[in-house]
Structures are given as C-alpha cells and as structure tokens.
Design a protein around this ligand. Structure first.
Ligand code: MIC
Ligand code: SF4
Length: 640
C-alpha cells in the first residue's frame, strides 16, 4: 500500500505493535535532545537507570532555557548536565550556542531518522523530513538507554500546499492558518504531513517554523518531505552527506485532507490567550502596542532575522515600543553580525538579547501591566510572559518588525519597504560550542549542586482511593497553568518541593496548601487538559502534592503520558456532561480502582457529597495499565 513519509519512517523503526491508527506501537529512537529546563530531571532519571553510555546514534543536551542565572541554581544545573554528558556519551551544547531546536536543525537533524526530545517543540526537526517527537524527560531517558518509545499510532492529516507566499506573508502565517482551521486540539492523535507543489517554494527554516508550531495543534508531530530544497540546506550546512530523500508514495491516501493556497494567505495574528484565536493583522491595524519580541525556536532563523533587519534598517523603533531580538543560534547571530544586519537592528533601537529562549519562557522582558506585546513566538498562554494581564499576540517576523516601527499593529503588506532575503549558499560553520563526550566515561566525576533535590516516585495503586476534588478547571488548561515557568521559578526545575508552592498559581493560588491539608486528592478538568509544554514537572509536582487522579473530558498527548509515567491516573468522563455534576470540594471515592483497572477501561467514581455514581474511562494500553498499577514507570521498570 502507498505510504506517507511518517508511515515509512515508523515502519523502518517499528519495534512492536501494528500500524493501525489508535493502537499502541513502539519505535526505535535514533537521536535524542534535551534542554536545561527538562534536562536535569531527564539525566537524573537516566542515572537512576544505571546505564553507562547512551545507546542512541546521537544524543545532545542543550542549554538554552535557564540562562539568566540569578543565583547559583542554573549554573549548578548546567555544570551537572555538562559532566553527565561527558560521562555518558552525550554531546553538550553550551549556553550561548543557541536554542535547542534551531541548533539541532542546523547541525544534527537527518531526514528519515527518529528524534525524541524533552521539549514539545521537538517537531521542528520535521522541517528536515525527520520524525521528531516531544516527550517527557523520563521517556527520553529511556530512549537514551536504548529503550523503545511507546506511542499511539496516529492518523495522518495531509495538508496540500499550492501556490507561493506573497511578499511580506510568511511561514508563520501558514501555521497560524492551520491553527485557525484545526484548533489547539485538532491535532491530538494525528501527524500532520505537508505535500504539494507549494512545498517546493518553502525553505527548510520556513518548513521548520511550520512543524515547530504544529505542537500547538496538539499533534504528535508534523513532517515535510525531504527534497532538493532539503539537500541544498544540508549542503549549505556542510552536511550534504546527511541527505536522504523522503517523499510520500504516489497515490497515497491521507486520513484527513486540508488544502491551502499559499498565494491567498495574508499576515495573521493569534490573539490572547490561545494560539488558535487567529485573525488577520489588517483587522487589528492601528491598535497601539507596547512591546515587540522577535526570536524563539519558531522564528529565529537567519532568514527571519535578516527580514527583520531589512524592515528596521534606517528606521527607529517607535517611542511607545520596547523591542527585543533573540537570535536562534550562534550561527545565526554571527552571520547577522558579519552581514551588518545586527548593526541595522542596534541602530533602530532594538534591544539585542543572547541567543536563547529568553522572553518566550518568561525569562525576563515581561510586558507592562495589561501591555500589548507582539511576539514571533509560538505560545501566548495566560501569564506565560510573566505579566498576569499581559496581552500577547503571536505574529510573523514581518508583522513584528513593521509594527515595531509604526508603534501600532501594522499589516506588513501595507508597508512601503521592499525586502528580499536570499537563503545562504554556505552557512558559517563553527561547532566550537559543542563539547563531545569523553571516549571513556568511567573517570568522569558528575558534579551536583544543592539545587538538585530527590524527585518523587509514585506508589503502587491502592485498592481504593477516597479524597476530595481539590480543584475544578475548564477547557484547554495548559502545563503553564499547572506548573508555571518564568524567571522566578524556572531555576528550580530540579527542586520539586520548592516548585510545588506555585502549582496552579495562575488558576488558584490556594491550591498547594489545600492539597497539602487534605493529603492530596483529585483534579477535575475539561477538554484538552495539559496542552502545551512537555514539562513532566506538571505531573511530578502534583504527584508530590498527593494528586491521585485527574478526571477530565480529554487529555493532551504528552501530558497524559507524563501522568501515567508518574503513576497518576488519567481518567475521562464516559459522558462529558458528567463534568457538571462534580464540584470542587466534593468527596470522591474510587472504590475498586485497582480491580477495575486490571479488568479493563471502565472505572466508577462515587461522589459522596452528591450521592451519585459516575462512569469514567481509563483509556490505556496493557503496558500503561501495568505502569499505573506499579505506581509509575520507574517502579514498573524496577519490578520488571
Ligand atoms: C515551553 O516552550 O513551554 C518549553 C519551556 O520549551 C517546554 C519545556 C519546558 O517546560 O521545559 C516545552 O515546550 O516542552
Ligand atoms: Fe524555548 Fe520558547 Fe522554543 Fe520553548 S517554545 S523551546 S521556551 S524558544
């Protein structure tokens, strides 16, 4: 049967299961990546597994999130990661070398390979024709140890691209259009594959912008073909030998179909507080703004930066606007300097930050109260910027730069500036900020700082659980709600007890105390619970606070896997309307949960306060049932 690109890659890597959408499969992982905000935990878990050297073809640890270093914590964690890498066979990308996804695309990604990363934007690698998937740190640790990665075989959505983008319309507008069509939960259980004549008109970094932000669809990943454009990109990176052609078979049939004519697209913006609240920039034109931030793993490539520089050149950032620029990598930063583009930005008054995640994860540059901030990033969840009432709009580099000089929302198509940026024939290549592991790791001493605290491990599932509903939340709760990031708390990613004080801070500041007072309980959620980041802290911290189960209308993929890995039950309502029956504070009882889980998917919960019985579902594979019974993946692995 004719196959799509992802089906081919999965087939080549299949370890167990059948490739039938909805059933559990496991695949071999060729490459892994971690970043420093999830990496410390992932490497602690890897160490706990007692394996000497990673078994992958290539594993890389990036330092890009926690680069403010206000206090000893981050520097200690970085030193820990650096020494672990040296010992166990992992490449270490030093702080200053750039954002994990951008650097991985430039220097390590290979078409047709599988990549598992402890960051939800790992699908950026799909721009090169890789099967690149985001996961929790523990899953990545297992993959580094040579274990297969388990996932539900996704459906394949085919997005046919025709035509060519007009000037000032950008790859960002393509993915915003897809988000408008599919919504933030439209991609759950699916891989999005792009094909058609329009694909040839997009460069690899443009494709990577689209696959990167495919994470916001809730999709397992997104994939572009690997073709002549890919070959030229790899050659320009001095890696022509890594090129492998990856094309879908002739006559392949997709499970779902979408068609987008690139030539009809206009500049778009995602309005607060969701990446799918998309409108045309022209509808917002004239609205006064306070801040513009360019960069992030979505839009920090050389071409993105050059476009911004050309629009800023000879202009001044408006009086009412503060503009920041974070280049994606040292390669991009260096080439901006060499070409003079950096000077144009500095002259215009842009504030140049280091090449790291920075404002995207709330590490500084929070906007003013109720401030309107235009960002070329991928997420505008409530509070993520560090300003609780900040109004974040997600836009293209062109829209960002045009609006920065106008001081208000500006459709770049109306701007009287002509820009033209060529894809470089040769990128500047200097991998001096990537440290190779030691040939022989035995003598390497791993250095641990006092910020590293032991992480919680679940307990075997008891026969029954009776606890209160600690918190009831609505639809599309993100992991940024559950476990916020930002400059104040991100440095504590290896200190779960400290982090626990901030759990659900955005929804209800009293939650951590309430959880402690009743020695744990349940969380009630709506649709798409746990969307967004891959941070397993959004499961580990609730685990530490005694959360036994999350009962929701539906779950986002990575978070559900993280809950299971931690031994927290992810349960859904058999009838979604039953969500309305439970109130915060109700006493709930899972009377026979252990037996029911062993027997199948049906689970009953008794609301003792209301005196009613509600039917729930634990949608899990056999393997996941055993993980939950054991109280998490670590216990399960030990027992086996
Ligand atoms: C994010 O964009 O939210 C992050 C920070 O990169 C996360 C990972 C994390 O929380 O450390 C992600 O996307 O997975
Ligand atoms: Fe970093 Fe932001 Fe990308 Fe997450 S989304 S990896 S914080 S740049």
């Amino acid at each position: 049967m004719a196959q799509t690109i992802s089906q081919k890659i999965i087939k080549n890597h299949l370890v167990s299961g059948e490739m039938i959408p909805g059933s559990e499969i496991s695949i071999k992982i060729d490459q892994t990546l971690t970043q420093d905000a999830t990496g410390t935990m992932a490497y602690l878990q890897f160490e706990a597994m007692g394996i000497d050297r990673v078994k992958t073809e290539r594993s890389v640890a990036y330092i890009d999130h926690n680069t403010l270093q206000s206090g000893f914590m981050n520097a200690d964690d970085h030193r820990y990661i650096q020494t672990v890498c040296k010992k166990h066979g992992i490449y270490y990308s030093r702080p200053g070398n750039g954002i994990c996804h951008q650097v991985h695309l430039e220097r390590f990604g290979i078409p047709g390979k599988t990549l598992l990363g402890s960051d939800s934007h790992t699908p950026t690698g799909g721009g090169l024709g890789m099967l690149a998937i985001g996961a929790g740190g523990l899953d990545v640790a297992v993959a580094m140890g040579g274990g297969a990665f388990y996932l539900t075989m996704p459906k394949i959505v085919g997005i046919k691209l025709t035509g060519k983008l007009r000037k000032m319309v950008s790859a960002k507008d393509v993915i915003l259009k897809v988000l408008q069509i599919m919504s933030v939960k439209g991609g759950v259980g699916k891989i999005v594959e792009y094909y058609g004549e329009g694909v040839k008109t997009l460069s690899v970094p443009e494709r990577a912008t689209i696959t990167n932000m495919g994470a916001e669809l809730g999709a397992t990943t997104s994939v572009f073909p690997s073709d002549d454009v890919t070959k030229a990109f790899l050659a320009a990176q001095g890696r022509e030998n890594d090129f492998v052609e990856m094309l879908p078979d002739e006559g392949v049939v997709y499970d779902e179909n979408i068609e987008i004519d690139l030539s009809t697209l206009v500049p778009l913006a995602a309005c607060p507080h969701s990446p799918d609240k998309v409108v045309a920039v022209s509808e917002l034109a004239g609205m006064k703004i306070d801040q513009v931030c360019a960069g992030s793993c979505t839009n920090s490539s050389y071409t993105d930066m050059m476009k911004i520089a050309q629009i800023l050149k000879g202009n001044t950032v408006a009086d009412n606007v503060s503009m920041t620029v974070s280049p994606g990598s040292k390669q991009v930063f260096g080439m901006m300097a060499d070409s003079g583009a950096l000077a144009s930005m500095i002259e215009a008054g842009a504030r140049i930050l280091e090449c790291a995640c920075g404002p995207c994860i709330g590490m500084g540059q929070s906007p003013n109260s109720a401030g309107i901030s235009l960002r070329t990033f991928n997420r505008n969840f409530e509070g993520r910027s560090g300003t609780a009432d900040g109004q974040i709009y997600l836009v293209s580099p062109e829209t960002a730069a045009a609006s920065a000089i106008k001081g208000c929302f500006c459709d770049p198509m109306t701007l009287d500036v002509d820009i033209s940026v060529e894809n470089p024939e040769k990128f500047t290549i200097n991998d001096n900020m990537i440290i190779a592991p030691a040939e022989e790791g035995n003598d390497v001493l791993v250095l641990r700082g006092p910020n590293i605290k032991p992480f919680p491990v679940g307990e075997a599932l008891p026969a029954s659980i009776e606890k209160p509903a600690l918190l009831k939340v609505g639809d599309n709760i993100t992991t940024d709600h559950i476990m916020p990031a930002g400059a104040k708390i991100l440095p504590y990613r290896s200190n779960i007890p400290h982090l626990s004080q901030y759990c659900f801070e955005v929804c209800d500041k009293a939650f951590p105390n309430r959880a402690k007072l009743s020695a744990g309980g349940f969380i009630i959620g709506g649709e798409n619970y746990g969307q967004g980041s891959s941070r397993e802290h959004a499961a580990l911290v609730p685990l530490w606070l005694g959360v036994k189960a999350v009962i929701a209308k539906s779950f986002a993929r990575i978070h559900k896997a993280n809950l299971i890995n931690s031994g927290i039950l992810p349960l859904t309502f058999k009838n979604p309307q039953d969500y309305d029956l439970i109130d915060e504070g109700d006493v709930l009882c899972l009377k026979d949960v252990r037996k029911e889980l062993e027997a199948g998917e049906q689970i009953f919960i008794y609301d003792k306060t209301k005196n009613i019985k509600i039917e729930l579902v634990c949608d899990r594979s056999e393997r996941q049932a055993h993980i939950l019974l054991a109280g998490g993946l670590l216990n399960y692995t030990k027992n086996n």
